[in-house]
Write a protein that binds this ligand. Sequence first.
Ligand code: SAH
Ligand code: MG
Length: 193
Amino acid sequence: MSLQDEMKNYACDHSVPVMLDDGQAFLLSKLKEYNCHSFLELGTAIGKTSILVASEFEDMRVVTVERNPDMIEQAKINISKSGVQDKITLIEGDALEIENPEGKFDCIFIDAAKAQYTRFFDKYSPILSNNGIIITDNMEFHGLVKHPENTHNRNTRQLVMKIQKYHDYLETLDDFETEFYSIGDGIAVTRRK
Ligand code: SAH
Ligand code: MG
């Protein structure tokens, strides 16, 4: 079994919300379209997407941030047997608390705590390369952002409202423009105007 399939099974068995095939294919196509050579991921989980990105592109620097010790442990195991470990730097810590990594990134992938998307954007957009893209996952959150009435769970409602707020925030920015795609769990692609 390939490492990607192994990780997919693990994620499924342990309810780890990894990006699935359609979302990942879209992500790869954007990395190609924008000729990205550096990728910063907020929310490593078990390393599935960072390993894929490092494997698919010859010349790609991958930095990925994770705060959950159990995830970090799994990610380390997976990265160590990926064959692309030299291209991946795993930063252990809270993406909102760590010092920003050195250098600029051609793609910043926001895929960590959904209630904090706006804060991630504000903290990391200054280290986006001039022609880079910020990709945000889970913008539709199981269709609930369009139809919040479909959940009666208070926490889920609040989360959904925060994603909606982030969506609106992206649209109000003067120096960035965003396209929203109904792929996977909903993906936003933001670039400088
Ligand atoms: N990008 C992964 C999936 C990430 S799931 C993939 O595509 O395979 C979301 C992850 O973000 C979880 O592992 C969670 O622990 C992590 N996370 C949430 N908030 C975080 C934060 N503030 N800093 C670092 N990691 C965070
Ligand atoms: Mg996600």
